[in-house]
Structure formats: structure tokens, C-alpha cells
Design a protein. Structure first.
Length: 488
């Protein structure tokens, strides 16, 4: 806990109305979660304005209000120009700047963020380091799991989580950093030591509008990576040399740069890649040595993920040979090219691929080892980027023997209209549309023959489906497993 005047020491541009110096028990921006003694930050969003809930939060016990306009209340009010920016400053101050005491690695890019943080977590643990992970699936601190609401949570959650990691003596923390979080300033105050870029392909254009704006949003992680070279904590940007966006990011960052790649000359490279349905082998070339890697992870995209993680590990000071051994032991990440095996004579794979690039990558990998026909079940999320729907459909049709279009998370959109958008990108008769996702999975499995491969794409690890304003239980893996058993 801190007194208000302690929090305000690091805030320079503000006005204090209703004098007072109460003790602050926490920082909150969601009116429903306010507890006694909390400092509440009013945020004005596109569809809401929490300035309107000041009376309610004061009744709940809020002792201080941060606002962008004067509100009528009896407790102290801190008037600021930008509430979100202030939220980050105060959160970092309240929890005593926890990321100054961690080695923090941020991973951004369209695809691969979850897998790379998972690989880093394993590599660090197997070199006797205590770890913390914040990402799409969950938050983990020394293997204890906690739920998260966004890929990259808001500043109060983040700083509280990092403070807990410091208390539990975490050495390395790994965080997925989304373009939304960077654009909205959620990670302001996070002292990243290593920033990793995976790739950039079309996604989230409902939010960013253009690919240039999307590129710029991701670039914020690298432009904010520190501007000095004498600190004890070195700053390193880890960039994918095979992605065109890297040219821009090299110019944006003052940090030292390490590159990885397959096609273009890089500091860390993979050569002689061989992919089968059982795993992948390749030569790893670093600045120090060459290693032969045999791993269970499948596909060229998996090689990129491993290269990114190993390069970040080198920047963090890990032992290269031990990292190679960790990679060879990896079993994979839930919902990322996850095989569902219930004794059937064909292969069923569940993958989170929900962008054109990731779907094409996964289908390319499947086609490299498939001995029979390839079926793909794919949908597109509602209330999201519509322009990628026909692209996803075309990729599915062009790279499979049977393309089944179905619902993903339709949210408040009519799923029939989502399918219509998808169907506009392909010829009539080249696909099958089944709105109900469970029925689509059942159809693919019931029509599968020996040595066929079925890819269920889009939801991966998710255990729910959002239809309208309702969230229902739905797990592609469980539906597939039950259907296989029933069909067998």
C-alpha cells in the first residue's frame, strides 16, 4: 500500500482537486472490481465512458479518482490529459517498478507468440531458472497457473503480476505483446530487455485499418526498447531476417540487434531442413557453433519459432547446447499443431491458425507429409477483419482436397453472412459449408479414410465458442476425440 503523495511523485502533469492524502490499496480501471481504498482510473473508450460510474466506485470504496474531466465527488480527483498513460505510470509506481528487477522478454508478431514464450519457458527452466509467462492461454509463475483476459492484459494487472514474480524470485519473464496492447499503451512502464519479432501478415485490420498502421503498432515494442548502452541490463532486438518488416524495425530501435532466419543470411540460421509427420530435423548455425537438431515439432513455421526462441536465449545468456537439448525434448503447445489420437487410422490436427499466413503455413506443412487426402475445417471470427475471409477460404480450397467452411466465434454477426464472405473468394462447388462447427467436424471425420489428414483450424486451445453475446463450452479437440470414438 502507498499514500497518494508517494504515487504522485512520478506524475508531473496533473491537477489535484479535493485535497487529501489517503492510503491506496490498489489501482483499478474496471468499476465492477473496485474495493475499499482503491485508486480508480476513468477511461473513455469507443463504447463506454467510466467517468459516468464515479458515484458507483466511490460507494464501493474508491478513495481517489483519476479523470480526464472534472467529476463531482467528495474524494480526491487527479485531473490528467491522458488517463491511460497515467494508469501505466501509477501502476508501475504502485508496484515499485518490478520489471527493473526481472529479465523481461517480449514477443510480438502476427503468429508464433504463444509457442515462442512456451519454448523460452522450457529452455530457461531446464537451465535452473525460475520463470513467469503471460500470454494468450494463461499466466504462469513458477508453473502455477492463473487466468488472463487478453493476450496482453492492462497495466495494473501486468505490474501486479510482475511484482508477484519478483516476490517469487523469478529470473526470466516472457510475455506475448499484441499490437492492440502496444497501440493502447498497456505495456508502458514495462522494462523489456529483449524484444522478439516473429512475422507480419494480415490480421486485425478491423482495428488498425491498414497494414502500414499494423506494422507501426508492432514497431512500438522496438522503438521503446531503450536508448542507452551502458546499463547493466543490456537491450537486444531479435528480428526475423526473412520478414520484410525487419528492415523497418532495424531503423526503429537503438538496441543491439540479433537476427534469425532460413532464407537470408542471419546470426542464427536453420539449414538442411527435413519435415515428416513425426517431426523435423535441421542444422542450427549460430555465431559460435553448428548443431544437428531432431525435434518433435513439425513444420517450417515451427523451425522459425525455435530459431526465435534460441536467438532470444542466446541474447539472455543461456547455454546453446542445453537449449538444443531442450528443443529436442519439446512436446508442443496446446492447440498449436496438436494431434488428436484416439486410435484412428487417419490423422487429426487442431491448430490455432486464424490468419491467412498461418493457415497457409500449417496446410503447407500438412501437405509435405500427408499420404492420403487433406481435409480442412475453417471459419472466420465475427466482428473482426472481414477482408481476410475470402483469402482464408481460397487458401483452404487451394491447399486441401476437402475444404469445409464453418463457424468460428461468430460473436454478434450472423454466421451465414460470415460464410458468404468466405465463399465470395472461391468457385462454387469447390467447398462445403456447414454452419454448425460440431457438425462440420463430424462430417470430416465420418468421411475420412486411412492415411488422410484432417486439419481443424482457427480455435486451437480455446475451450469455448462465442455465439451472440453468449459463451458456450466448445473444444475442437474434445469434439474430435468423441466423434472419432463414436465413428470407430
Amino acid at each position: 500500500m502507498k499514500k497518494l503523495n508517494e504515487l504522485l511523485e512520478h506524475l508531473f502533469v496533473y491537477q489535484l482537486k479535493n485535497e487529501g492524502n489517503p492510503e491506496i490499496t490498489g489501482i483499478e480501471m474496471d468499476s465492477r472490481n473496485v474495493e475499499k481504498g482503491n485508486l480508480f482510473v476513468c477511461i473513455k473508450g469507443a463504447n463506454f465512458d467510466s467517468h459516468e460510474y464515479v458515484d458507483d466506485v466511490v460507494k464501493r470504496g474508491a478513495s481517489v479518482i483519476v479523470a480526464e474531466k472534472m467529476v463531482e465527488t467528495s474524494v480526491p480527483v487527479i485531473l490528467v490529459r491522458d488517463s491511460r498513460h497515467t494508469l501505466a505510470v501509477l501502476s508501475d509506481q504502485f508496484y515499485d517498478h518490478p520489471t527493473h528487477r526481472l529479465q523481461l522478454i517480449g514477443v510480438t508478431g502476427t503468429n508464433g507468440k504463444t509457442t515462442i514464450t512456451h519454448i523460452l519457458d522450457k529452455m530457461f527452466q531446464e537451465q535452473n531458472q525460475r520463470t513467469g509467462v503471460i500470454g494468450t492461454i494463461e499466466m504462469r509463475i513458477n508453473n502455477q497457473t492463473y487466468p488472463v483476459t487478453n493476450t496482453t492484459p492492462e497495466a495494473p494487472f501486468l505490474q501486479k503480476a510482475f511484482a508477484k514474480m519478483v516476490d517469487e524470485k523469478v529470473d526470466g519473464a516472457f510475455m506475448e505483446v499484441s499490437s492492440h496492447a502496444l497501440e493502447m499503451g498497456r505495456v508502458r512502464g514495462c522494462d523489456f530487455d529483449i524484444a522478439v519479432f516473429t512475422n507480419l501478415s494480415q490480421d486485425h485490420l478491423d482495428y488498425h485499418k491498414t497494414m502500414e498502421q499494423y506494422l507501426q503498432a508492432k514497431g512500438l515494442l522496438f522503438s521503446q526498447l531503450g536508448n542507452t548502452y551502458g546499463n547493466k541490463k543490456k537491450k537486444v532486438a531479435v528480428l526475423n531476417e526473412d520478414d520484410a518488416a525487419t528492415v523497418k524495425y532495424k531503423k526503429l530501435t537503438a538496441a543491439q540487434i540479433m537476427t534469425y532466419g532460413i532464407e537470408n543470411n542471419s546470426d542464427v540460421m536453420a539449414k538442411e531442413i527435413s519435415i515428416t509427420g513425426r517431426g523435423t530435423t535441421f542444422q542450427l548455425h549460430t555465431l559460435k557453433d553448428t548443431y544437428e537438431i531432431q525435434m518433435k515439432l513439425i513444420g517450417k513455421f515451427s523451425v522459425y519459432n525455435v530459431l526465435a526462441a534460441i536467438t532470444a536465449g542466446i541474447a539472455a545468456g543461456l547455454d546453446e547446447q542445453k537449449m538444443v537439448e531442450s528443443v529436442e525434448r519439446l512436446e508442443g503447445v496446446p492447440g498449436r499443431f496438436e494431434v488428436v489420437d484416439a486410435g484412428q487410422p487417419y490423422t487429426v490436427i487442431v491448430d490455432y491458425a486464424h490468419t491467412p499466413d498461418s493457415l497457409e503455413n500449417v496446410l503447407t506443412t500438412v501437405n509435405e507429409f500427408a499420404e492420403g487426402n487433406v481435409s480442412v475445417i475453417v471459419g472466420c471470427g465475427g466482428d473482426r477483419d472481414r477482408t481476410k475471409r475470402p483469402m482464408m477460404a481460397k487458401i483452404a480450397v487451394d491447399n486441401s482436397d476437402l475444404a469445409i467452411f464453418t463457424s468460428d466465434n461468430p460473436r454478434t454477426e450472423d454466421p451465414r453472412l460470415i460464410l458468404k464472405d468466405m465463399e465470395s473468394g472461391v468457385d462454387e462447388g469447390s467447398y462445403t459449408s456447414i454452419i454448425d462447427r460440431k457438425a462440420a467436424i463430424e462430417y470430416a471425420i465420418e468421411n475420412a479414410e486411412e492415411n488422410d489428414v484432417i486439419l481443424i483450424a482457427g480455435k486451437g486451445h480455446e475451450t469455448y465458442q462465442i455465439i451472440g453475446n453468449n459463451t458456450i463450452d466448445f473444444d475442437d479437440r474434445e469434439i474430435a476425440r468423441e466423434t472419432i470414438k463414436k465413428h470407430n
